[in-house]
Write a protein that binds this ligand. Structure first.
Ligand SMILES: [Cu+2]
Length: 175
């Protein structure tokens, strides 16, 4: 019984955390300026915190061994395969523009955003990996409202995926 209570607690905590981001005191709504593609003079779109000099890890390594990098601050490169169509609060990051295997990059605290038409751009981002289970409701929201795609949806409607909480992100023209 004790175990069951504990497990229930864990499940609640996890699902609460999934929504906590949008309720962060730093959370914002994307403005029109956030939503449009506007490169700076260096040919970049920089959003969120300045990218630091944490360890560079390839997406390939992450896919092979996600647990090893969970909880550590690292930098990754890739391409935007798809991104949030509503506010630009997440991007599916792949090794190529049309990769099937992707990592969901979430802009930390819902406090900064990438343009709505970010697909195909090259990405450099810094943040923290985690393995996340999204609730059925979240999965439905991401698909219906935001235009997300999932490789594998569990029978009960949840999705377990590799997530990346970005503190900062840089986009450039990819070729
Ligand atoms: Cu969004």
């Amino acid at each position: 019984m004790k175990k069951l209570v504990f497990l229930t607690f864990i499940v609640f905590t996890l699902s609460f955390n999934a929504f906590a981001q949008e309720n962060s005191p730093n959370a914002k709504k994307a403005t029109d300026a956030d939503k449009v593609v506007a490169f700076d003079t260096d040919g970049k779109i920089k959003r969120g915190a300045e990218i630091g000099d944490s360890k560079m890890v390839s997406l390939d390594k992450i896919f092979k061994n996600p647990d090893k990098y969970a909880g550590k601050t690292v930098r990754v490169k890739g391409f935007v395969v798809r991104s949030c169509k509503m506010e630009g609060c997440w991007a599916e990051l792949g090794q190529e523009k049309d990769s099937k295997q992707t990592v969901r990059v979430k802009m930390k605290d819902h406090a900064f955003f990438i343009p709505l038409k970010s697909a195909g751009y090259k990405v450099l981002t810094e943040g923290i990996f985690s393995i996340k289970t999204l609730s059925k409701e979240e999965v439905a929201h991401l698909i219906e409202e935001d235009g997300a795609k999932f490789e594998k949806i569990n029978k009960n409607g949840t999705v377990t995926e590799i997530s990346f909480l970005a503190s900062g992100i840089e986009l450039s023209k990819g070729d």
